[in-house]
Design a protein around this ligand. Structure first.
Ligand SMILES: C[S@@+](CC[C@H](N)C(=O)[O-])C[C@H]1O[C@@H](n2cnc3c(N)ncnc32)[C@H](O)[C@@H]1O
Length: 333
């Protein structure tokens, strides 16, 4: 079965792109990408002890003092619907096309290597993939409209989502993933807060459950039964330079996204299956812990198979805000 699953929806995606020149405006993004996770967190000898201290700072009351979490008390996702729609479509590009057999114009066989120009936005810019032709081994650039994935073997996901919030974002994303040929079997949604606004995933054939857990407990309890860790809009967090500074303060210092990824990767060391980490957000700037971008991009145990910008906006203080999707595949799989 080879439905051309990418041709619907995409034409309606012109929307929230400001026509701004971002070239001089990316100081904070560049700065955040160069930051590292502090060595006192990563050091093997003190890893467990530090993890315990950081976890002890994760208190629901403190989290709700921050708008980046309390926004979940409203019945809206953190990102707008158009950005989430683009995100979902691009995630399916990553899962259904990259390193997979495809057909060009319904008759030429090839293997999809990568998306070209990951800064291009679906619905606005040209979207092309690099394809290695089966017969000649030649590399060619092909517009996505002309590419059909072989869906003889569906990608099957058992998803563990951390930082689920009110679930509005997830409901948009997962519905599109399924429409575009991704099979989702089991779905465990977790968050440190059980929001009164919570909307569960109500889709046929998906075994859904919500469990009120922080990201460390979520991985410990569910990583074995999941092959995909999903994070949408992890909250940005304060930076701290020393463990002492952290211990002396009652703030929460983030790192929830870091521990989710790090513990998930560790738990899959001996796995023989395909395992993924999928993240939607700006990573280290407007979303997530300082240092998370550098940590993920330089991690030898995972491979970034697909990356794509999904929205560009601008803030008077922070300059450009550029949200992307990232699909990482764990190396052992
Ligand atoms: C910006 S919201 C994103 C919610 C949702 N994914 C979305 O995109 O709309 C961040 C979420 O992370 C959760 N969170 C923050 N720190 C956490 C932690 N240490 N463990 C688990 N969840 C956490 C908050 O409760 C909040 O729901």
């Amino acid at each position: 079965m080879n439905p051309n699953i990418f041709n619907t929806l995409l034409e309606n995606l012109n929307g929230n792109i400001d026509n701004l020149d971002f070239s001089n405006d990316t100081f904070f993004i560049k700065e955040s990408r160069s930051k590292k996770i502090p060595s006192y967190i990563l050091k093997q000898k003190s890893y467990e002890k530090t993890k315990k201290i950081i976890k002890s700072k994760w208190k629901s009351e403190k989290m709700l003092e921050l708008f980046t979490n309390s926004c979940q008390l409203q019945e809206n996702p953190t990102l707008d619907e158009l950005t989430l729609t683009r995100s979902a479509i691009s995630i399916t590009f990553g899962l259904n096309l990259i390193n997979k057999n495809v057909l060009i114009d319904d008759n030429i066989k090839g293997t999809c290597i990568k998306m070209l120009h990951p800064n291009n936005i679906i619905g606005k810019d040209e979207i092309e993939f690099e394809i290695k032709l089966k017969d000649s081994q030649e590399l060619v650039n092909v517009d996505y409209h002309k590419i059909t994935p072989f869906l003889d073997k569906y990608v099957e996901l058992d998803i563990l989502e951390v930082m689920y919030g009110n679930g509005y974002a997830t409901n948009i994303v997962i519905q599109i993933l399924i429409q575009k040929g991704i099979k989702v079997n089991n779905y465990v949604a977790t968050d440190i807060i059980d929001y009164t606004t919570r909307k569960d995933l109500d889709l046929p054939n998906i075994n859904f459950k919500f469990d009120k857990l922080d990201t460390i407990d979520a991985i410990e309890k569910y990583s074995e039964t999941s092959n995909t860790l999903l994070i949408i809009s992890p909250p940005p967090s304060l930076s701290v330079s020393t463990l002492k500074e952290m211990m002396e303060n009652e703030y929460e210092f983030g790192y929830a996204d870091f521990y989710a990824c790090h513990e998930f990767i560790k738990s899959k060391k001996n796995s023989k299956n395909d395992n993924y980490i999928i993240i939607i957000g700006e990573l280290g700037a407007s979303d997530g812990t300082e240092g998370i971008y550098h940590y993920l991009m330089n991690n030898k145990e995972i491979k970034l198979i697909h990356e794509n910008v999904v929205s560009k906006t601008s803030d008077i203080i922070f300059g450009a805000i550029i949200k992307s999707i990232y699909v990482f595949k764990l190396n052992n799989s």
